[in-house]
Design a binder for this molecule. Structure first.
Ligand SMILES: C[S@@+](CC[C@H](N)C(=O)[O-])C[C@H]1O[C@@H](n2cnc3c(N)ncnc32)[C@H](O)[C@@H]1O
Length: 500
């Protein structure tokens, strides 16, 4: 049985000195005998992620199973998610402290050590408590045999501050490998983000190092909980009354600084939702872009699951007197779209409009329903490299080969959307990745073979809560948002019009 909570101890002051003064020479036998619940829950998540689980989806049920109160749940979340994000840096530290490569450490013991390293180097938990509880966790999950090894490694990790470890394990010179260790990203992701900053004109050769550091840092900073009020169903004022703060970035948005979003009535009733402000902005951009030709009053969301943008598009479609068709290839995700759209579907029925969710392959819609829609969103499946701050394990799971695999699908979906839109109508192509291979290159390749499409400058459509065009949107015509600049995920958006 896990022991009672022992992490509620005075934290070390920020930026404290070397850990020597607090260093503990305790033997493993003097350490905690068992794991306490919050750390045990964090460990359970790390093991589940190692076996393929998604941290965001898995953790709520782990927290419930361990019956953690709000404070322990917050500690466990910071511990587990912070450890997953910073795992690359901690592994470099553990290799030094253990004197062996991570491949030679049992996977469960390695997770225990990573959690211990995060408490020492990332959370300001006092050294003795971090070491004590980490050894207790090792004893609970791996047996007494591992506790001596864990005790010794924890002691060595605690002998240096975070800054001293950075100096020791980060190669000199600011190379890709150095940034990868310092900011705990795979090297290929560091290279890809550097290329994205340059490729989208966000940085020049002179400024890219600073921009890249700021971007990598933002991936390691937990995103705020952004809410969207679905137009006509909820208002920002209602979210503010429920404890959120009105967003400065999105006219539909609010930010919840603390508390459970599920406790907000509008969210429970699906009149509002948790959604990144960048996603809100691009759905609004597509819905409000001027269309001068006569086009069908039918809008299409071609890659709809789990339904976040459909929720905004559907609500705005009804306000504009249009229907919405949401297409999603996965039955499970299509069901999520149906659920999230329930209040919008009900409102549509009451006003003589239609909201329809189909489980189907979006690549076929252009053939089966040519020129049938007035506005089409392609929120393409992508690597998600622009949303790493929201998915703590994603950076380790993604592989460079994913880009090559997704490329043909992204192009096929965009082609299908361009066929499905009526002359004069609009297609928005979006990704939650800034990688040129899934953004500008996809659009360029598809447009190369068509003469019926023109690119529209989308920047004027990205307006903040006060109605001003968002700052730093670049040279256009497409829009690339950045977490370190706009506080949103790194969403990409191109707006295309089929010639009338
Ligand atoms: C980036 S996600 C969309 C997110 C969604 N728009 C939202 O805001 O909640 C991409 C979605 O496309 C779906 N997808 C992948 N291939 C597809 C295809 N051929 N046709 C339709 N949907 C597809 C994926 O299952 C995934 O749910």
């Amino acid at each position: 049985m896990p022991a009672p909570d022992q992490h509620r101890q005075p934290r070390r002051p920020q930026g404290g000195g070397p850990r020597g003064g607090q260093r503990s020479r305790q033997k493993p036998s003097d350490r905690a005998k068992h794991a306490e619940p919050a750390r045990f829950a964090a460990y359970t998540l790390l093991r589940a992620v190692d076996e393929g689980a998604y941290a965001n989806l898995e953790f709520p049920s782990i927290l419930r199973r361990h019956r953690l109160d709000a404070r322990d749940a917050a500690f466990a979340t910071e511990l587990a998610f912070g450890t997953l994000r910073m795992q690359g840096f901690y592994d470099a530290v553990i290799v030094q402290a253990a004197g062996r490569p991570t491949a030679k450490i049992d996977a469960g013991v390695l997770d225990v050590l990573r959690l211990g390293a995060h408490q020492l180097l990332g959370m300001r938990v006092p050294s003795h408590a971090a070491a004590d509880q980490t050894v207790g966790l090792a004893r609970t999950v791996s047996g007494a045999g591992a506790s001596g090894f864990v005790n010794a490694v924890m002691r060595r990790v605690s002998e240096r501050t975070r800054e001293e470890w950075l100096e020791l394990v980060v190669p000199e010179g600011g190379s890709t490998a150095a940034l990868a260790t310092e900011y705990s990203h795979p090297e290929w992701v560091v290279s890809a983000l550097r290329g994205a900053l340059l490729g989208h004109g966000r940085a020049t050769a002179e400024t890219v190092d600073g921009e890249l550091r700021a971007l990598l840092e933002s991936d390691n900073t937990p995103a705020k909980v952004s809410l969207v009020a679905r137009p006509g169903l909820a208002s920002v004022d209602e979210l503010v009354e429920a404890g959120a703060t009105a967003s400065e970035t999105s006219p539909l948005g609010a930010v919840l600084d603390h508390g459970d979003p599920g406790a907000v009535p509008a969210i429970r009733e699906r009149r509002a939702a948790v959604q990144d402000e960048g996603s809100q902005l691009l759905a609004v951009a597509l819905a409000t872009a001027p269309v001068t030709a006569e086009v069908p009053a039918r809008w299409l969301d071609l890659c709809a699951g789990p339904g976040g943008k459909s929720g905004v598009l559907g609500a705005l479609a009804l306000e504009a007197g249009a229907d919405l068709v949401a297409v999603e290839v996965s039955e499970h995700r299509a069901q999520l779209v149906r659920t999230t759209l329930e209040p919008i579907t009900a409102r549509a029925a009451a006003t003589g409009r239609r909201v329809e969710v189909r489980t189907a392959d979006g690549r076929e819609v252009g053939v089966t329903e040519p020129a049938a829609y007035g506005r089409v969103l392609v929120d393409a499946p992508c690597t998600g490299l622009g949303a790493l701050r929201r998915r703590p394990e994603a950076r380790w799971r993604r592989q460079p080969g994913d880009l090559a695999q997704l490329g043909p699908l992204q192009r096929d979906l965009l082609r299908s959307a361009l066929d499905a839109v009526a002359p004069g109508g609009l297609v928005g192509y979006a990704t939650c990745s800034p990688h040129p291979a899934e953004t500008t290159f996809v659009v360029r390749d598809v447009l190369k073979k068509r003469d019926d499409i023109e690119v529209v400058d989308a920047r004027d459509l990205f307006r903040d809560a006060s109605g001003e065009v968002l700052h730093d949107l670049g040279d256009g015509p497409e829009v690339q948002l950045w977490p370190h600049v706009h506080g949103t995920d790194a969403m990409f958006f191109t707006l295309l019009r089929k010639k009338a």
